[in-house]
Write a new protein. Structure first.
Length: 193
């Protein structure tokens, strides 16, 4: 469960960053003047980042992922306690019905309705907690994307790359164009917990 959460968070963030970088790259290509003033072709300056590596080393991403996992565990405990309580009460009711423990059918029906209401509460809690986790994950993804995007803009102001790609969107890349280490280091220097 823990690994699947980490993988989900990393993949979600990587997809969002890929989307962001994809469109940032298109703007650079469109704005690029393909020829220098002397008529020679201007080479395009490209770099790429291995986002999965950045996400595993970026302290903010690790902290936010740990917080999400803690919330997920807390929600899981809350739901489990409520579900177990309901299951015990339902089993007790079933046993009481089978041995004729209710004085009247009306009393048995009232207890059955109460349990049905409790079951709906458990189902509602499950849906509510799942929605909260999804919203939290979405907020975390956006916070990390904003942070990385902001950093890349300031980093690229000095470096002047025409395109910065996420390595997930490419099949092969020369290591000299890999700026992952610089991005991860820069993000962690800038991050202040």
């Amino acid at each position: 469960m823990k690994n699947s959460t980490i993988v989900s968070v990393v993949l979600g963030i990587a997809i969002a960053v890929l989307y962001l970088l994809h469109f940032m790259g298109k703007e650079s290509v469109i704005a690029d003047k393909s020829q220098n003033s002397d008529g020679t072709v201007k080479p395009i300056s490209i770099a790429y980042v291995k986002m999965d590596s950045v996400l595993f080393t970026y302290e903010l991403a690790k902290k936010l992922t740990a917080n999400l996992q803690a919330n997920q565990e807390s929600f899981k405990r809350e739901y489990s306690l409520k579900r177990i309580k309901f299951e015990k009460e339902a089993a007790s009711f079933q046993e009481k019905v089978q041995r004729g423990g209710f004085l009247t059918d009306e009393r048995a029906k009232l207890e059955q309705e109460r349990l049905m209401g409790q079951q709906q509460e458990v189902e509602h809690l499950d849906a509510e907690l799942t929605q909260k986790l999804n919203e939290m994950q979405s907020q975390i993804n956006q916070q990390i994307i904003d942070s990385i995007s902001s950093f890349l803009k300031s980093y690229n102001a000095d470096k002047k790359y025409d395109i910065i790609l996420n390595s997930a969107s490419m099949l092969e890349g020369t290591p000299k164009y890999n700026i992952t280490k610089y991005v991860a280091t820069g993000l962690n220097k800038r991050y202040k917990p």
